[in-house]
Design a protein around this ligand. Structure first.
Ligand SMILES: [Zn+2]
Length: 68
């Protein structure tokens, strides 16, 4: 179980893409792919924390989708 996205869970909501890229760069994670959190057999949205089936391709709660 990979949990290295834990620190990404608190990404600044509402920030523009440029600000978000700067945020990643500041943290030494330049352009790192943002993907789903995983909880048991569910996907968890890193933006709103919503749980989805593993077949989900985007978050139906807030509209977030992984960057790949
Ligand atoms: Zn969401």
């Amino acid at each position: 179980m990979v949990r290295d996205n834990m620190t990404m869970a608190s990404s600044p909501n509402g920030a523009g893409d440029e600000l978000f890229d700067q945020f990643l760069t500041d943290r030494g994670h330049s352009m790192e792919t943002v993907g789903w959190e995983h909880d048991y057999n569910k996907k968890q949205c890193p933006e709103c924390g919503g749980l989805h089936d593993t077949s989900a391709s985007s978050c139906t709660a807030c509209g977030w989708a992984p960057t790949r």
